[in-house]
Design a protein around this ligand. Structure first.
Ligand SMILES: Nc1nc2c(ncn2[C@@H]2O[C@H](COP(=O)(O)OP(=O)(O)OP(=O)(O)O)[C@@H](O)[C@H]2O)c(=O)[nH]1
Ligand SMILES: [Mg+2]
Length: 181
């Protein structure tokens, strides 16, 4: 039989466990760079993730001409999101492939995890991830790097969130095992 002091002590311990846990540990934050050709869906996907109103989205003015300035935003990045339009013309797909290859080989990005989002999958003309993987020659080019290629579209944000979770896992792995790259 418990004495009054024991009961109070147990009550105090339970109370402390329930109420005095303190704030949850801060969630890690990562600096990511999001690149891709104009119209690939970067702003739409990121604003949907942040629950922002998609009606306010406007295309970046002169997006093609500012591609050469992408690298100004690479400094300090810890991961890369590359968005492509899986239903684009052959010419645009080739441009996207060249841009992805440049990014994968860029000195500031080449050791970082990449999430490649094959967006616009809802369109009938969309290529499958297998086709994109082959066309973009990802297997030989990205060998030894950490990359994820996932199909997605604006109308399936759960799949986009799952892809981001995989990227975060890669980033966390990297923090735990910095010498594995
Ligand atoms: N059908 C379809 N349309 C999409 C998808 N993703 C984006 N879009 C549309 O494609 C258009 C361009 O999307 P944006 O998000 O502005 O593209 P962006 O990559 O930010 O383009 P820039 O700012 O010019 O570099 C918009 O009209 C979007 O609604 C998708 O998965 N499916
Ligand atoms: Mg945009």
């Amino acid at each position: 039989m418990l004495g009054r002091i024991d009961q109070l002590s147990i009550f105090y311990k339970c109370f402390k466990a329930l109420c005095c846990k303190g704030p949850p540990p801060p969630r890690p934050e990562y600096d990511l760079v999001c690149i891709g050709l104009t119209g690939s869906g970067k702003t739409s996907l990121l604003s949907q993730l942040c629950s922002e109103n998609p009606e306010n989205i406007v295309s970046t003015t002169g997006a093609d001409t500012i591609r050469k300035y992408w690298s100004r935003y690479y400094q300090g990045s810890q991961g890369v999101i590359f968005v492509l339009d899986s239903a684009s013309s052959e010419d645009d797909l080739e441009t996207a492939r060249n841009e992805l290859h440049s990014a994968l080989q860029h000195p500031q990005l080449c050791t970082l995890p990449f999430l490649i989002l094959a967006n616009h999958q809802d369109k009938p003309a969309a290529r499958s991830v297998q086709e994109i993987k082959k066309y973009f020659e990802l297997e030989p080019l990205a060998r030894g790097k950490r990359w994820i290629l996932k199909p997605c579209s604006l109308d399936d944000m759960e799949a986009v969130k799952d892809s981001f979770t995989l990227l975060i896992n890669l980033l966390e792995e990297r923090e735990l095992e910095p010498s594995r790259m």
